[in-house]
Design a protein. Sequence first.
Length: 126
Amino acid sequence: MLQKKTADAELDAFLISTKDSIFYFTGFRYEPFERPFFIVVRPDKKPLFLTPRIEAENMGTIAVPHDLVEYIDYPAPAGGSYLEALKGILPKDATIGVEMEITENCWLHCQVGPQRSCRLSNNFAW
């Protein structure tokens, strides 16, 4: 269903990052103190969970079929932060929808570079 809505909105990906949305779609209780967790919804692929390595084992308890990418949260080696992981997951020319509550760092990172475009999803109804 989310993949279809992402395609219908003509998005290459949609980022889910709030704990309430993550729980709603997965049943996974996540408390984002300092380590961001994302669900990357793409029209033609399984959802991808981007998670800190410390939480990766818990991802096995989620019944939703998904792919998993881990990042090292602290201290992140050069190129190993969640922002770098997102950059590797999202195509450079992608149109990306985001939740209105997405962190400022992530939003700014999505827009970095001449070929990146993001648009807010204020009309993206679940």
